[in-house]
Design a protein around this ligand. Structure first.
Ligand SMILES: [Zn+2]
Ligand SMILES: [Zn+2]
Length: 266
């Protein structure tokens, strides 16, 4: 566990302990505060300003195929300009939102700052995003993008796996272990699309003994940046016999417009 200060430790675990004693006492000791700006007040989980910002980010139009930000009219085209210019193994993508200010801060709090309380919230939003997809009824099982065992040593948990669990449980679909990561590769931060593609090429394999004849799968990852990772996973799944691979990501950091360009380390 990583605690920067004892105050941080007390706030995190003290609040949890107090909630176990009783809600009224917990509220007295730790009055509710907005999960994004952390200001106090009666608003939970978000204050009105943060709730508006989150709603605005979540409602931004996305490419139905890759989940990148697009202009509203492009949603009807089914594929953004980038998707029209390349072949993809992903049939369609659902996302919670783009990797922008509010959603990005919440996601980093969950993944890197031990803010466990944000996990169920992000999971519920992911369920909502996938629940709105017209292709959901075709999905037979959920599979998460795996991490290499060496990466597990420096992370308390694997976000894609936890979120896929949440999604599968809520949608009453099996979460199956079909992929394994055979090579850790370099950290992706700062790599171009071509470099990221090379970094993950051959890095995944089917779990030994698995056959996927005609399977229709939902691949889950926490963040999609260039799409190289999910494309590589989808390629392996299709080569193994899957006929449809859909994708669900919490945040999409791959943008088709320069002003939205964000490169994140995931
Ligand atoms: Zn707030
Ligand atoms: Zn696209």
């Amino acid at each position: 566990m990583r605690f920067t200060t004892w105050a941080g430790f007390w706030l995190r675990d003290g609040r949890r302990a107090a909630r176990g004693v009783g809600c009224a006492a917990a509220d007295l000791l730790f009055p509710p505060r907005c999960l994004l700006c952390l200001e106090g007040g009666d608003h939970t989980p978000f204050c009105p300003t943060c709730a508006d910002q989150i709603a605005a980010e979540r409602s931004r139009p996305a490419c139905p195929t890759c989940g990148s930000d697009v202009a509203a009219y492009e949603v009807r085209l089914d594929r953004c300009a980038a998707c029209r210019g390349r072949s993809t193994k992903i049939s369609a993508t659902a996302r919670v939102g783009p990797y922008r200010v509010a959603l990005g801060r919440l996601f980093r709090g969950y993944k890197f700052q031990d803010r466990d309380e944000l996990g169920p919230l992000l999971g519920d939003w992911l369920v909502e995003a996938v629940g709105n997809a017209h292709w959901l009824e075709r999905v037979e099982a959920v599979v998460s993008v795996p991490t290499h065992w060496i990466r597990r040593l420096d992370r308390k948990f694997h976000a894609a796996e936890v979120l896929a669990d949440h999604l599968a449980r809520d949608l009453r679909l099996p979460h199956v272990s079909l992929l394994r990561r055979t090579r850790a590769g370099r950290h992706q931060l700062g790599l171009s699309f071509a470099q990221r593609a090379a970094n993950v090429r051959g890095a995944f394999a089917l779990t030994p003994g698995v056959t996927l004849r005609g399977a229709r799968l939902l691949l889950v990852d926490d963040v999609r940046t260039t799409g190289a990772t999910v494309e590589e996973c989808a390629k392996v799944l299709r080569r193994g016999g899957a006929t449809e691979v859909y994708c669900a990501v919490v945040l999409n950091a791959g943008q088709t417009r320069a002003d939205n360009a964000v490169m994140v380390d995931v």
